[in-house]
Design a protein around this ligand. Structure first.
Ligand code: G6P
Length: 609
């Protein structure tokens, strides 16, 4: 989704802004622009990639050490130069960039048009610009105060940044529902809608919270609530370093992140899984464990891939700890008046910690008195802050839009949680020890799966022209079938569906012919013999079977291709079976010439409803 950068200091702003926008490209966008102040306000914006903007800037050579930049992901008005940000006041004095949605923009726009303001774009953002302008005109207030007053009339969500040619020592930012982080340097400040554009300049950051506005000058910054109460903000140290957000020789971030999974999971388990003293320690949940154990129901909410890991979580927590679990799309949960009781526990899963629907679901849960927990990757993200407690993934930054290592790390956290809930309740110490040993072996087993990446690349050659795919799995591997199908859809644009293998007979079987590749997750677990029957049903209809399996002798004759992966305990299989599916979608997308890291129309972090 949209990204914001800002700079105030003594270095050339254009370079800093453009490199910051490049770091935000992964979020998904369709146009980019900057506004830089150097005596006068200069704006340069283009539909298309940051490269287009860079070319335009190269020809204009805009100097100045104060500026803002934006990558836009269209909501109101199609991608175009006009609709790109920054948007500028009628007088040309100040420029504004905006993430989020102004819900009452139509009413505000009508009023402003009546007052004679002319609109050059179809965006909701331009309303904000004229609104601020109008407050200045009618009240005589200075820009910061006018921004504060204008924001009071706005309904919706925003992260905004503003610069003005009337004050070259002023950068204003404010947030409500759309993240903003200020990077603190030496006599200079950086602004980012996430940490990625800041890391190469500073690791000292201040997280703006909802309802806060910051006025930044080179000599310091002043953070206040939107109703003008001064706030003392803590400076945090970013955990990530530059290397982690670069490709390190890989062609794509997605491949790098797939390959990083063994290390990501080791980091996720570090200090938590203790084989020697047969324990799991989840520090963030320590004081809530009894409450979670006593929960009547655990409700897990998330979107996209995080929803799939939530489904694995349902199998894990119900299967191991015997606590009832429900999984809901965050977007449905928040609007359907869910029945929540005080003994319920709601867990939000979100890699970014910023997904608008997941955040709203957690707010809803808290309002209704439930304990709200978060499983997030981004440290300091809004969901991490607003939940009562939680567990970080520690998987390192995920830049590829299609989530990979975050999925396995989410499943890892849910596995640790399920085992911890089960210990001494449904699992003896001895059984727990066996499970813990299996868990600790997972990173090495993923290494073994990754070793066969060339075999999967060859498989991709065979299936690159397919128009449809079916993914089938049962039990713990049903959510993996969904995730495999999602990965393929997202980055290769091939239509794919995931189904519980037995459900195939209630619909998808009608689609099966010799042109339909069917990926089976056929691990030697409690559902194996049933899956073998499902494979036979597909073969009988000439479907082309690809099996991901740890066994295979019975099914070999039925399969066009078999991908053999290591054996593990049933509850741990999703951590292995998903890996070949990630690789398959990656290699197919590359062969089809798709933009793997920035697939069309998708965004890494969906910060609007
Ligand atoms: C977007 C991303 C997905 C992600 C989903 C949820 O759709 O493209 O990869 O799974 O949002 O994101 P979250 O950050 O909440 O896990």
């Amino acid at each position: 989704m949209c990204g914001i950068v800002g700079y105030i200091g003594d270095k050339p702003a254009a370079d800093i802004l453009v490199s910051g926008l490049r770091r935000l490209e992964y979020r998904g966008y369709d146009s980019a622009g900057v506004a830089i102040v150097n005596g006068r306000l200069k704006v340069c914006k283009r539909q298309g990639k940051v490269d287009e903007l860079q070319r335009a800037l190269d020809s204009e050579q805009i100097a100045g050490s104060l500026g803002i930049g934006h990558t836009r992901w269209a909501t109101h008005g199609p991608p175009s130069d006009e609709n790109s940000h920054p948007h500028v006041s009628t007088t040309g004095d100040f420029a504004l960039v905006h993430n989020g949605i102004i819900e009452n923009y139509a009413t505000l726009k009508e009023g402003l048009i009546r007052k004679g303001y002319k609109f050059e774009s179809e965006t909701d953002t331009e309303v904000l610009v004229h609104l601020i302008e109008d407050v200045m005109k009618t009240t005589g207030l200075e820009l910061p105060e006018a921004v504060r007053q204008a924001l009071a009339t706005v309904v919706g969500t925003y992260g905004i940044a503003i610069v003005s040619q009337d004050d070259e020592d002023l950068l204003i930012a404010a947030r409500k529902g759309s993240p903003l982080i200020v990077g603190v340097g030496d006599g200079e400040y950086f602004l980012g809608s996430d940490a990625a554009p800041l890391i190469e300049h500073t690791r000292q950051v201040v997280y703006l919270h909802d309802g806060e506005m910051v006025v930044i000058r080179r000599s310091g910054m002043d953070v206040r609530s939107l109703d003008n109460v001064p706030l003392n903000k803590e400076v945090h140290e970013l955990e990530w370093d530059l290397e982690q957000i670069e490709k390190q020789g890989y062609d794509h971030f997605m491949l790098k992140e797939i390959m990083e999974q063994p290390v990501a999971l080791e980091n996720c388990m570090r200090g938590r899984v203790n084989v020697d003293d047969n324990s799991i320690r989840l520090g963030g949940l320590l004081q809530y464990m009894d409450q979670i154990r006593a929960a009547k129901r655990i409700i897990i909410v998330g979107c996209g891939t995080s929803w799939h890991s939530a489904l694995v979580g349902e199998y894990l927590i119900e299967g191991l700890a015997r606590i009832p679990v429900e999984v809901e799309y965050a977007s449905e949960f928040r609007y359907r008046e869910p029945i929540l009781e005080k003994d319920d526990v709601v867990i939000a899963i979100s890699q970014s910690g910023e997904t608008a629907d997941t955040l709203a679901a957690i707010r809803e849960a808290k309002e209704r008195g439930a304990l709200a927990l978060g499983i997030c990757n981004m440290v300091g993200s809004t969901i991490a802050r607003e939940t009562d407690a939680g567990v970080y993934l520690h998987a390192g930054p995920e830049i590829g839009v299609a989530s990979t290592k975050a999925f396995t790390a989410q499943v890892m956290v849910l596995t640790m949680l399920a085992l911890k809930l089960a210990k001494g309740r449904t699992l003896s110490d001895e059984a727990f020890a066996g499970y813990l040993k299996g868990l600790a072996e997972i990173p090495d087993k993923i290494r073994d799966v990754l070793d066969i990446h060339e075999q999967i690349a060859q498989l991709a050659q065979v299936y690159r022209y397919a128009s449809n795919f079916l993914y089938l799995g049962r039990g713990y591997n049903f959510p993996v079938a969904l995730e495999g199908a999602l990965k393929l859809k997202e980055i290769s644009y091939i239509h794919a569906e995931g189904y519980p293998a037995a459900e195939m007979k209630h619909g998808p079987i009608a689609l099966i012919d010799r042109f339909m590749p069917v990926v089976f997750l056929a691990m030697h677990d409690s559902t194996y013999s049933k899956v073998v029957s499902n494979i036979e049903e597909v073969v009988a209809r000439q479907g082309s079977v690809i099996a991901i399996t740890d066994n295979g002798s019975e099914i070999e004759r039925h399969c066009e291709y078999m991908v053999r992966i290591p054996r593990t305990q049933e509850f741990l299989t999703p951590l292995l079976t998903v890996v070949p599916l990630q690789l398959l979608s990656y290699y197919i997308a590359v062969l089809r010439g798709c933009d793997v890291d920035q697939p069309r129309n998708l965004a890494k972090s969906v910060t609007v409803e």
